[in-house]
Design a protein around this ligand. Structure first.
Ligand SMILES: [Cu+2]
Length: 65
């Protein structure tokens, strides 16, 4: 289980958007997000480029830390 913090999520729609954006990346699955803390947890199968993950989040308008 890996995690990162994301800023800018303020409702369940934001959570769904970020979840979907991450799940579209090959090898990322089981995305769990705590809205209050902005903590995004996820499982990966093998190598995932953290920068690609962050880019997917930025692309939909949120800010990874
Ligand atoms: Cu929202």
């Amino acid at each position: 289980m890996d995690s990162l913090k994301v800023k800018g999520m303020n409702c369940q729609h934001c959570v769904s958007s970020v979840t979907q954006a991450l799940e579209q990346i090959d090898s990322v699955h089981s995305v769990t997000i705590d809205l209050k803390s902005g903590l995004v947890q996820y499982e990966t199968n093998g190598d995932v480029d953290l920068e690609a993950l962050k880019a997917a989040i930025v692309k939909i308008g949120f800010t990874p830390e």
